[in-house]
Design a binder for this molecule. Sequence first.
Ligand code: OSB
Ligand code: MG
Length: 370
Amino acid sequence: MKIERVELQHLQMPLRFRFETSFGSTTMKDFILVSVYGDGEVGYAESVAMPDPFYSEETTDTVWSILEKFLIPRLFAHPIESPEEVERLFAPIRRNNMAKSALEGAVWDLSCKQKGISLAKALGGDKKVIDVGVSIGIEPTVDEVLAKVERSLGDGYKKIKVKIKPGFDVQVIRAIREKFGDDVPLMADANSAYTLDHLHIMKELDQYGLIMIEQPLAHDDIVDHAKLQAEISTPICLDESIHTAEDARKAIELGSCRIINIKIGRVGGLTEARRIHDLCQANHIPVWCGGMLESGVGRAHNIAITALPNFTIPGDTSAGSRYWEEDIVEPGVELIAPGELAVPDGPGIGYALNQKAVGKYVLRTAHFRP
Ligand SMILES: O=C(O)CCC(=O)c1ccccc1C(=O)O
Ligand SMILES: [Mg+2]
């Protein structure tokens, strides 16, 4: 593969809403856009690390640093035939999965554009349309959550995920069930806010027919999750605890979850994301694609991986206009029917960059050549 240069851009985009989870709240999306150039084409991807190390240990600045000091030099130093080889190239560097994923994803996009095939197809996905859901943050009041649920159901979203934390959990779920009924495909995401001491709350939540409870316990745990799963009938879904296919294998063996949320950035790239997908498929564990408030670039990558067959549960990749006044891709990532996104069939991610918008949001840029 011909790789001539790499560009890093640190972007800051204002969100249309304040997004709160059990670990913090944000009104600004801060990320690194990676562009890899070769043979007249450009591949794009974005890093999903946040400015603060609250969801994971990585931050926007650690991603920049690891890319600059280690990953980009390794990519330049070792010729590769295909994007599948990038993972092995980066393997000596421990963790830093979001940094790895940002560069690996841009190489995947570049490779697809050089070959003239879509990223979804290159990964082995053949869906033309994917079902998607929304992720609703913690709000100052239950009524504000209800208003967002109502709007999301109106847009036809196929899964409603609400964030919970101790003190803002059972009453939210109960209110949603009372107002919208038992048929709403509903789930809760705790972002590791609970321990086994909260078993009584988990047993209460267990009464509401949730599709799943996402990451109730510690971010680095799979043992207590197995104990909890044995106590409740609602499937547990792991997010923060799964960084590799090996993590997924162990969690499945232990019975720590019945569903896995795959985030390309959290697992270090598209190659590992697909490996986890395949492992889960072989073990009858359904998967779905999580979101990290991505710009259109990250959203396009999420759509491509969701085209794989074992992504049977609607993910968090909702329309770009929910998040942005002006996105950095053209056309915008928008619903083609209620709760449905199209899988582009153009080369690579299938969306073009809106350079004028990028120019509006960029804080710093750096260029790298072999
Ligand atoms: O709308 C989205 O992109 C999903 C948002 C979301 O749930 C999330 C956003 C940032 C960090 C962690 C999570 C999560 O899934 O836990
Ligand atoms: Mg989550």
